[in-house]
Design a protein around this ligand. Structure first.
Ligand code: SF4
Ligand code: MSK
Length: 641
């Protein structure tokens, strides 16, 4: 499947071809060389949690059915999934912790390069933490908010505060199920403890705690990352830009920012407009400095500065294949170590900046928030310097770009849906109640060479909007949608059903709404909470006509995200199943029984159109339970065969 590029955008196809012609190894080659991949690992039946192992369970039932310690398929598979949740929740939440430290610095450090850019958001977050704001110095409030957020990671008693943004009924259910998160670090550490040799052997018990840890991510660490980033870098507003490798410019110094955190990339975006730097670039023969992004760092600076998207996770090496990138600067997450070898084939400098993420062969220039502007300038100077090392004959930039509108938030997004600006969710709820909108779907997540390149994202999203389901998107799905023209307002006329089309026409928004980066899935949670609070669609998220999907998921973060959506009451479908299919019991629990406990459940379906239909059937089921009017418009989707 890896090299099937039927659905890939033209720019990616061009660069994959170039890599093959020049014998430069990229992810698709490495994926192919890994085949066949380990069946025990894929089924979740391999354990190496202690040195009596590694142990493998025979999926056919003929060989061993328990590891040396006696752990069976259910225990081993559940422990493996739990550890994926721990990895994902840790990645998101550590990001949130760093942003909280930056906010504290902005509040207290003299001459800090960061400032409080969104006082309204600061006050809103202060209210969540029960902090007084009236008549207080804004920096003092910011310091209190930062400290309260940091306390969420290491609380030693009570519950986390941020999850109090969830509907009351949902919070109550979490308490009844004993999965209300207490502290981010605690829940993650507890996963590692429970999955140690000889601790928790009950797969359901392990999964319940995994939900608790995932909730500490979605309604905790990730939400802190989003809210505090808005305070520091300002809340996004709808903004126009472009996407795909064609955003690189032949006569400019091209700098790609890649990774996940906005702390450095936001400063790079600002500093790149410094006249002194631009003069230096001109002295070297460049017309200017062009910043473009890959992965979620890209989403962060797209939303706030309109910086164009060079591509999604699978395009990181392809961007270097253009021969036109002077420097790629990376922070954390989703950064392939393989970049270092591809960079060597061109003049490109690969620069790592986080003490948590060094790559052999890359230059390391450590980022410190207290010297943000100086370091950003140093990085851009390196890129300018490198411009003269370009080999013109090696440059091949695909021409393809696509227009997009991005930068919606839970505060702004659905206010638009009613046809005029209103400060409530009433227009959205009314559209759903009246049947102009069938419901809403979150389609998110990575790209993965184990499925046909981008087919899952595009086909699923098109099928959903065709059936009057507004799609909210984040992460690499958002980038893929952008490249394929789904984030243009005109996409409503080309692809959306009549009801959704009418709404998009009235307010000039695309049918697919870009809500940001991976941590910004918290914006989707907050949106769901706001819809419930608005009234008329039940008193809990699990009653809403909504569904979630990650058709091409790949990272541990995606597992944590899926788990917190399920634990929040959302039907969540992914392409490839979680690596646990060797355990029938765990499969049954996650795809069925778990719904009795939390109202949401997992599902898997490789065919993206069929997956979209499963989501639509679920949405219809919820509409029926709410006794909503039948859909006003004739649907393309046939609910029952
Ligand atoms: Fe084997 Fe049990 Fe050790 Fe896992 S924890 S490696 S199943 S003995
Ligand atoms: S970057 S986690 S590949 S969405 Fe957020 Fe893309 Fe997935 Fe990384």
């Amino acid at each position: 499947m890896a090299k099937n590029l039927t659905y890939a955008d033209k720019a990616s196809r061009e660069m994959v071809k170039r890599a093959a012609a020049e014998n430069i190894e990229i992810i698709l080659d490495r994926y192919e060389s890994m085949q066949p991949q380990c069946g025990f690992g894929s089924l979740g039946l391999c354990c190496r949690n202690c040195s009596m192992g590694p142990c493998r369970i025979d999926p056919l039932g003929e060989g061993p059915q328990a590891g040396v310690c006696g752990a069976n398929a259910d225990t081993i598979a559940a422990r493996n999934i739990a550890r994926m949740v721990a990895g994902g929740a840790a990645a998101h939440s550590d990001h949130g912790r760093d942003i909280a430290h930056t906010l504290l610095m902005a509040a207290e450090a003299p001459n800090c390069d960061y400032e409080i850019k969104d006082e309204e958001k600061l006050k809103a977050v202060a209210r969540v933490y029960g902090l007084e704001t009236a008549g207080r110095d804004i920096k003092a409030v910011a310091a209190d908010v930062a400290r309260a957020a940091l306390a969420e990671f290491g609380n030693y008693e009570g519950e986390m505060k941020m999850p109090s943004c969830a509907p009351e009924a949902r919070q109550q259910l979490w308490r009844e199920q004993n999965i209300y998160p207490r502290a981010v670090d605690r829940e993650i550490v507890e996963i590692m403890h429970r999955t140690h040799i000889g601790v928790d052997a009950d797969y359901k018990n392990i999964m319940r705690h995994s939900m608790r840890a995932a909730l500490s991510d979605g309604w905790g660490g990730s939400m802190i990352a989003t809210e505090l980033s808005d305070i520091l870098f300002r809340s996004p507003v709808p903004i126009r830009s472009r996407a795909n490798l064609g955003v690189l410019e032949k006569d400019h110094v091209n700098v790609i920012v890649h990774g996940h955190e906005p702390t450095l990339s936001d400063v790079i975006a600002v500093v790149s407009r410094d006249p002194a730097l631009l003069d230096r670039a001109k002295e070297k023969g460049a017309k200017g400095i062009n910043i473009a992004g890959i992965c979620c760092t890209a989403n962060e600076i797209l939303m706030r500065h309109g910086i164009p998207l060079a591509g999604s996770v699978l395009q990181q090496e392809l961007a270097l294949m253009t021969g036109a990138v002077e420097l790629m600067v990376v922070d954390v997450q989703c950064i392939y170590p393989g970049l270092s070898e591809v960079a060597k084939c061109f003049h490109t400098r690969l620069v790592t900046t986080s003490p948590k993420a060094k790559i052999p062969g890359a230059m390391h220039l450590e980022f410190h928030e207290d010297k943000a502007k100086a370091i950003a300038t140093q990085i851009l100077d390196l890129a300018i310097e490198n411009f003269s090392k370009r080999k013109t004959s090696r440059i091949h930039i695909p021409r393809d770009t696509e227009r997009l509108v991005a930068g919606f938030t839970s505060e702004s997004v659905f206010r638009w849906l009613g046809g005029k600006y209103r400060s409530t969710y009433r227009p959205l709820n009314d559209a759903v109640i009246a049947g102009r909108l069938r419901g809403a779907a979150g389609v998110i997540g990575c790209s993965n060479p184990n499925v046909e390149y981008e087919k899952g994202h595009i086909e699923m999203v098109k099928e959903l909007i065709r059936n009057d389901t507004v799609v909210v998107t984040t992460g690499c799905n958002a980038i893929t949608c952008a490249k394929h023209g789904l984030l243009r307002p005109e996409a409503a006329f080309e692809y959306a059903g009549e009801g959704l089309r009418e709404i998009c026409r009235a307010v000039g928004i695309p049918p697919v709404l870009h809500l940001g980066s991976c941590v910004d899935n918290s914006r989707i949670l907050m949106t769901l909470a706001n819809v419930v609070a608005e009234g008329g669609l039940g008193d809990d998220i699990s009653q809403l006509p909504v569904a979630g999907a990650a058709p091409e998921w790949m990272s541990e973060k995606a597992v944590s995200i899926g788990m917190y959506f399920v634990a929040s009451g959302v039907y969540t479908i992914i392409g490839h199943p979680l690596p646990m299919m060797g355990s029938r019991n765990l499969h049954r629990y996650l795809t069925d029984e778990i719904e009795q406990e939390v109202g949401g459940k997992w599902d898997w379906e490789l065919d993206p159109v069929e997956a979209a239909h499963k989501m639509l059937r679920h949405i219809d089921k919820k509409r029926k339970a709410l006794k909503l009017k039948p859909m006003m418009y004739k649907q393309a989707f046939e609910p029952e065969a």
